[in-house]
Write a protein that binds this ligand. Structure first.
Ligand code: NDP
Ligand code: PYC
Length: 336
């Protein structure tokens, strides 16, 4: 492992991205997202993703020079067209128009289309909770998850995230793959030689396995919670593709060039202003709920683990896998 400050992490990511065809704005947006993941202990969506981002630039699947355009479809529905770029710049561009629409309408949504998403969702959720809004996001991917009762994947790992603002305290943010485990976490477990819990995936012959490498090598993931998670994964497909006019995971998989980088897809973002119906005391009312919840022994709020990583990593920096850093260095120096 090599110890890096968060500023070093950003430099490593930014330099590699600009060397491989991203302009300053796109490289900054992706490097910011990658650095936030390392900061919060989300290794599966930090520097680990840089080789995939670079592969997509090199194959021409992703354009590192595009700008997102915003269209007001109705006063409460925005279309943020990423024009084939990475999602972080589209998210940064959509944020202020979505906040403004939510303030006037009470509730608003943004459909991000023609973007390539390879990151954790709490980043965009926190961008909205910091404006005092309740937020929900979900995105589809490529077929990697088998639906309940089936043997063939149709869902992506299809994460969804929900955030509730808490004034001066960190927001409550719940962010989960609808697969039993994010593929990124399974890949990190495979790289580090760790098993995954039962119920996470199947090997290439369809047998249940705890061998992370066997899942990565041609196996499949399972939805969390059996048919219930399978239904929620379906909801994600219908919101993040059906509602906004983007590709379902199976369509993204069919169209993808299989270069290992993120496929083209969409993201569904919803924001709600709780002050409109929740009453003047909506914030205190929410706190009352959290206080009651936390009185139950054994509980913690979702996001607490991330916040403790954040505090430690902001102070001390992070350890990064040496092979990964060598690979990123090769991609930077070997760029043509
Ligand atoms: P986890 O299963 O690790 O965590 C899911 C949520 O549960 C987190 O908010 C976590 O908070 C919370 N949580 C965990 N344990 C407890 C507990 N004991 N009590 C209360 N809350 C708890 O996440 P996943 O592996 O499912 O997903 C990891 C990431 O991968 C997500 O950020 C997701 O957005 C991303 N992802 C992105 C995809 C994409 O296509 N872009 C696809 C799939 C996943 P805490 O973090 O504090 O532990
Ligand atoms: O971890 O499953 C995952 C994932 C897919 C796309 C980005 N992350």
């Amino acid at each position: 492992m090599t110890h890096l400050s968060l500023s070093d992490v950003h430099d490593v990511a930014y330099t590699c991205l600009t060397a491989n065809g991203c302009d300053h704005e796109n490289a900054t947006a992706v490097a910011d997202t990658v650095t936030l993941a390392e900061r919060d202990g989300a290794a599966g969506h930090g520097l680990f993703r840089i080789p995939g981002y670079i592969t997509a630039l090199k194959s021409g699947k992703v354009d590192g020079h595009v700008r997102t355009t915003i269209e007001h479809v109705t006063p409460s529905m925005l279309r943020a067209d990423g024009h084939g770029g990475f999602a972080p710049l589209a998210l940064a561009t959509a944020r202020d128009p979505l906040v403004a629409a939510t303030r006037t309408q009470g509730i608003a949504m943004a459909g991000l289309v023609r973007v390539h998403h390879f990151a954790a969702l709490w980043v965009e959720i926190e961008a909205l909770t910091s404006a005092g809004l309740v937020a929900f996001a979900c995105t589809a991917y490529m077929p990697t998850v088998v639906p309940a009762g089936g043997t063939e994947p149709i869902y992506g790992t299809n994460p969804l995230a929900f955030g509730w603002p808490r004034g001066d305290q960190p927001p409550m943010v719940f962010d989960m793959a609808t697969a039993a485990m994010a593929r990124g976490e399974v890949m990190v477990a495979a790289r580090d030689g760790h098993p995954v819990p039962e119920g996470v995936g199947l090997d290439k012959d369809g047998n249940p396995t705890t061998d992370a490498q066997a899942i990565v090598d041609g196996g499949q993931l399972l939805p969390f919670g059996g048919y219930k998670g399978s239904g929620i994964a379906m909801m994600v497909e219908l919101l993040a593709a059906g509602v906004i006019g983007e590709r379902f995971s199976f369509e993204a998989g069919d169209a993808d060039n299989k270069d290992g980088g993120p496929p083209r897809g969409g993201e569904f973002l919803l924001a709600i202003d709780p002050s409109k119906m929740g009453g003047d005391d909506w914030l205190d009312h929410g706190e009352k709920f959290f206080a009651r919840y936390l009185r139950i022994d054994g509980t913690r709020l979702p996001g607490t683990r991330r916040m403790s990583h954040r505090a430690a990593n902001e102070a001390n920096g992070v350890d990064v896998n040496d092979d990964l850093l060598a690979k990123i260095s090769d991609l930077t120096t070997g760029a043509t």
